[in-house]
Design a protein. Structure first.
Length: 373
């Protein structure tokens, strides 16, 4: 058991990210049946226990394997997955606000606020410390760049989206204004940097083509950046008139226009992600923890689409939101079953197939594969 703890790695939090966003989508499904809300609530409770257990394992690793844990910070691959920790926690926080009251009572919102504070600290740490280490410690090359570079910087905008859910529960005009500014600041801290990386990622794909098959699903991560950007803007935009008065109406309209621009870009990236995944699948797509990248990015983009529909009431957007969600359910079911089967069968150890494969990739020179043709 101690060996299990000592070798635990943060990429396992992607399981909590994907499971949590699927649960939230089920509960918030527009005009969804009562059984779907119950199913979403049950899945959220399961995910809360899962993420809590993963946090205990992570803390235990730092206690029992301090030197090994410090090495994660300097690992050019696993350090990126430190961003998965606050993002997985964010799905638990949102569930406490949306689903927690009937189960835990009024204390659910208070729990959400405390967890959100912790989430913000971890998101800021991930978004600042990991890029700094990329500059001074890691060994990176343009042809090694993949979507996982977004993982450390995206948590801040995820926290901003959670802040939008919590804002109506903040008491007092001054406190609401401060909370709004903090949430907008988190969004602004993340999205411009993420767009900078998306530009580099486009350049890398154009110059060096697709990465090896072990990294096939990483292209979906970019979709998550756009999805959470939409959720943050639309969610915060709804309360801008409440906080900023007459100016808030103009800010809300601007946020909606910007969100629609992100949504259009997301549709383009979703199409490219599907095409590249089919390209890989035809040539052989090995299973690893990276397959969870099919879930959270699509889940938050679905959530952003839902929120746009709620604001615009355009039937086409609503139908797309429904379609995206059931695609998410299919992806989550596939990846969850495969992960469980591989782990129980001993083929996926505690450090994860993805970590082992990617660590080799980070140390070895890139070779041509079938995806380069």
């Amino acid at each position: 058991m101690l060996g299990f703890v000592k070798h635990f790695t943060p990429n396992w939090f992607t399981v909590g990210m994907g499971t949590g966003i699927t649960a939230l989508g089920a509960y918030l499904y527009p005009d969804g049946p009562h059984w779907l809300k119950l199913l979403g609530t049950g899945l959220w409770l399961f995910n809360a226990v899962l993420v809590g257990s993963l946090l205990v394992l992570m803390v235990a690793r730092w206690v029992f394997n301090w030197s090994g844990s410090v090495k994660i910070l300097h690992d050019p691959v696993q350090s990126m997955f430190l961003g998965a920790v606050p993002m997985a926690l964010a799905t638990v926080i949102n569930g406490f606000v949306d689903m927690g009251a009937p189960i835990f009572g009024p204390v659910a919102v208070h729990i959400a606020f405390w967890l959100w504070g912790l989430d913000v600290v971890m998101a800021l740490g991930s978004g600042i410390v990991v890029p700094y280490l990329m500059f001074v410690s890691h060994d990176h090359r343009l042809d090694k760049l993949t979507g996982i570079w977004l993982m450390p910087v995206v948590p801040a905008e995820v926290a901003a989206a959670s802040g939008a859910i919590l804002l109506p529960h903040v008491v007092g005009a001054t406190a609401q204004a401060n909370f709004m500014v903090v949430s907008l600041g988190l969004w602004a801290l993340s999205v411009p940097l993420a767009f900078l990386m998306l530009g580099f990622l486009f350049l890398r794909l154009a110059l060096h083509r697709l990465p090896p098959a072990e990294m096939a699903i990483s292209t979906w991560i970019s979709l998550g950046t756009l999805g959470t950007g939409i959720m943050g803007l639309v969610g915060l935009g709804k309360d801008m008139p409440l906080v900023f008065g007459a100016l808030g109406h103009a800010m809300q309209a601007s946020a909606l226009i910007a969100s629609f621009a992100l949504w259009g870009f997301g549709l383009w990236w979703l199409t490219l992600s599907i095409l590249t995944t089919v390209h890989y699948a035809r040539r052989g797509l090995p299973f690893n923890l990276g397959w969870w990248g099919l879930t959270f990015p699509l889940g938050v983009f679905t959530g952003g689409t839902d929120m746009l529909y709620d604001q615009l009431h355009v039937s086409l957007i609503g139908w797309l939101a429904h379609g995206f969600y059931w695609l998410l359910v299919a992806f989550w079911s596939l990846v969850f079953i495969r992960t469980l089967a591989e782990f129980v069968g001993g083929r996926l150890n505690v450090s994860g197939t993805l970590h082992r494969t990617l660590h080799q990739m980070s140390l070895e020179p890139r070779v041509k594969t079938g995806t380069d043709d």
